[in-house]
Design a protein around this ligand. Structure first.
Ligand code: ADP
Length: 395
């Protein structure tokens, strides 16, 4: 058995999970938020108990040392040598990475180069990787990219119909996101169905605060809803998803806003939050809608319609559909969202089982036996995928 650390470093946060592999058991998990502040929040869950502490954490290196000292102090590991590998989640792997990669100088340089495509994320990942390298210089580390799974998209799918030079010169194209999640749930879906992925057409709906959909045919991704950035696709908690790009100039003139400000609004003040004016959280929006708040209802219906539209489009791209999978915070927990989306899919022969659809957070078949398309809830587990890749690539 080996202990593997899965890490997700953001600009001011560091999430971690320590797993016992190949048993695939979570030993401990937690996160450090508000890195860079005097009042950072450190949370760790161990043996069923949650511990929380407010403390000053000046940077990621400090966050890493706090975490590693704490897991020794709590006897979670007796020495740091017990950590046999580290997996880092990386948002943007661009055109370089079709698979996860063992981190060396070259891989680090490429992640750095790709920062132009993910300016908020990749630099934070590099800081995280270097912080661990400084403390654990001999421990192998693997980069697991959110984009890798989508690298199988064909050119007619990943290209935008913009001047070709935008692609050749600036690499503007669709890259997608949440790839680790789409891959995990589509693989597990095939397993649960007792079939080979090669024989299946699956659509995976990762519906969390960020949300994307993927079409997986024969085990490979053929299309996904997010694009050059996570702003493309379906409306989300605070993101607009697709809009007419001309809206940007129009609103710029009307409200005297710069491009940065508008993009910030499209990323952080749109979606559920923007339409409802109430919240970015699906639970509050659902409660609002059920209590008769029209704008909450509208925020949901706009999203459900767009999700159904994507599913219809992927049905055409794949010439059929065997299974539809719901995952992430909303997909795993909201019976309401699943019901309303599936209602819009009756033309495809989707028939949801009302009773089974009451389930949440567990692998479950929720369609009726006569449904032409099987519908599943499959909880995602990106950390597990990361740990599996660390094992695979460090052997
Ligand atoms: P992200 O990882 O993108 O931040 P999550 O996958 O955690 O997002 O999903 C967050 C969303 O899931 C929120 O809109 C939240 O309301 C919804 N969600 C989480 N838990 C539940 C639940 N138990 N019931 C309904 N919705 C939930």
């Amino acid at each position: 058995m080996e202990k593997i650390l899965a890490v997700n470093a953001g600009s001011s946060s560091l999430k971690f999970q320590l797993l016992l592999m190949p048993l695939e058991k979570v030993i401990t998990e937690g996160l450090i938020e508000k890195i860079g502040s005097e009042q950072a929040i450190y949370t760790i869950k161990y043996e069923g108990e949650k511990h929380k502490k407010i403390l000053p954490v000046c940077d990621h290196a400090k966050a890493v040392s706090i975490l590693l000292e704490d897991i020794i102090k709590r006897n979670i590991v007796s020495s740091l040598e017990e950590i046999k590998g580290i997996g880092h989640r990386i948002v943007q792997g661009g055109w370089y990475f079709q698979d996860s990669a063992l981190i060396d100088e070259d891989v680090l340089n490429k992640i750095e180069e790709l920062s132009t495509l993910a300016p908020l994320h990749n630099p934070a990942h590099i800081v995280g990787i270097k912080a661990f390298q400084a403390v654990l210089p001999n421990t192998k580390a693997v980069a697991v990219f959110d984009t890798s799974f989508h690298q199988t998209m064909k050119q007619d799918t990943f290209m935008y119909a913009t001047p070709y030079e935008w692609y050749t010169k600036h690499k503007i194209r669709k890259y997608g996101a949440h790839g680790t999640s789409h891959k995990y749930v589509s693989m597990l879906c095939a397993e649960v169905m007792g079939k080979k992925s090669e024989d299946l057409k699956i659509i995976t709906c990762h519906l969390g605060n960020g949300a994307s959909i993927a079409a997986v045919k024969g085990g490979v991704c053929i299309d996904t809803s997010m694009g050059l950035t996570p702003l493309e696709g379906i409306p989300m908690g605070t993101r607009s998803g697709n809009i007419d790009p001309a809206v940007i100039e129009f609103i710029s003139e009307k409200e005297n806003l710069g491009i940065q400000e508008i993009l910030s609004i499209l990323n952080h003040k749109s979606g559920y939050l923007g339409v409802s004016g109430v919240s970015n959280d699906s639970r509050e929006i659902e409660d609002g809608a059920l209590a008769g708040n029209e704008r909450c209802n509208l925020a949901l219906e706009i999203q459900f319609k767009r999700i159904a539209d994507y599913i219809g489009s992927y049905y055409v791209s794949m010439s059929g559909l065997d299974a539809l999978v719901f995952t992430a915070g909303i997909g795993e927990n909201s019976s309401y969202a699943r019901e309303k989306i599936c209602e819009r899919l009756s033309v495809l022969g989707v028939e949801l089982d009302e009773e089974a659809n009451k389930s949440r957070g567990e692998v479950k078949l929720i369609s009726k036996p006569e449904s032409k398309v099987k519908v599943y809830i499959i909880p995602t587990n990106e950390e597990l995928m990361i740990a599996r890749d660390v094992i695979r690539l460090t052997k």
